[in-house]
Design a protein around this ligand. Sequence first.
Ligand SMILES: NC(=O)c1ccc[n+]([C@@H]2O[C@H](COP(=O)([O-])OP(=O)(O)OC[C@H]3O[C@@H](n4cnc5c(N)ncnc54)[C@H](OP(=O)(O)O)[C@@H]3O)[C@@H](O)[C@H]2O)c1
Length: 326
Amino acid sequence: MKALRVNRLSDDLSGVALEDIAEPERAPGEVLVRVRAASLNYPDLLMTRGEYQFKPEPPFTSGLELAGEVIAADPDSGFTPGDRVMGGNKTGAFAEVASIPARGLSPMPDGLSFAQAAAMGAAYSTAYTGLVELCGLRDGQWVLVHGASGGVGLAACDLARALGARVIAATGVEAKREAIAVQAKPDHVILAEGRFREAVSDLTGGALAEIVFDPVGGDVFDESTRCVAFGGKLVVVGFTSGRIAEIATNIPLIKGFSVVGLRAGEYARRFPQRGAAINAAVRDLAEAGRISPAIDRVLSLENWREGFEAMARRELVGKVVFEMAG
Ligand SMILES: NC(=O)c1ccc[n+]([C@@H]2O[C@H](COP(=O)([O-])OP(=O)(O)OC[C@H]3O[C@@H](n4cnc5c(N)ncnc54)[C@H](OP(=O)(O)O)[C@@H]3O)[C@@H](O)[C@H]2O)c1
């Protein structure tokens, strides 16, 4: 089968290649899946460089998220051949066949294509865990979402809007503002550059944001500490800016906000019942047509490099999906 292999760690994707390898063998507890579509997440890019917190030893097959059909499963797994499933593990999705632990998969929502399902799972469960599970998002709250053109950022905008929040989408790239407005339909789109607190204050009538959702870190995080309302939450999601920000503990004390660390995947592993409830809530919203993932482009796996490079160059507004042949 075709699989995207990371043969050695590299900063320029030179250690990555599409290769013909043997199909994986299913271990007990795993489900063998014919992959129909798989989506690119920022950690996939980081893992090619050895910069993600999970550091698999090369060679390994890249890809943490897929949608497809069950080929084989344990009789007590809850899955049977032909079931349409979505989910994944930390690696292995960018291949024609993947063997995934049963707990990493869930049924696809009705009405979604394989491409939509592959684009939805990780981004929306991350957004839901951060906004709803950890911050108790409520109707009418102001939510400021950074990295709004990214998979997780667009999902957070879409979800917060669907749940009745007032959404300020923030991007670091002026040229992306219009596309974000079209894709995520937030109440406002701002440029997260320099002193953007004034913009947040103006838009919220001085109230500031009850929740700030930050996949970017660095300078964006620093300025965001000035954008959180008293009693609000600043959610640390990731560090796409390349800098892990630091904060003096007197700042959240004086300003009365909490800094919340989000690890959506680990949260679901440690609290499997909560993880299942989060997936079910996202599925219900998708089936009701209240949320849908933004897809920047759909590529064949042969064109994997285009997707990885566009993500590295920060060109995307929405997800890259790889569709498998056959
Ligand atoms: N905590 C968790 O549980 C969890 C789960 C999943 C992912 N994550 C993390 O969330 C982050 C976003 O993941 P994603 O899959 O949504 O990635 P993505 O699709 O590439 O989006 C990342 C966004 O970050 C912004 N950005 C700011 N500075 C950047 C830079 N120097 N280079 C590239 N992008 C930059 C860009 O938005 P603008 O151009 O609009 O500013 C970009 O679209 C990653 O750090 C990932 O590891 C965390």
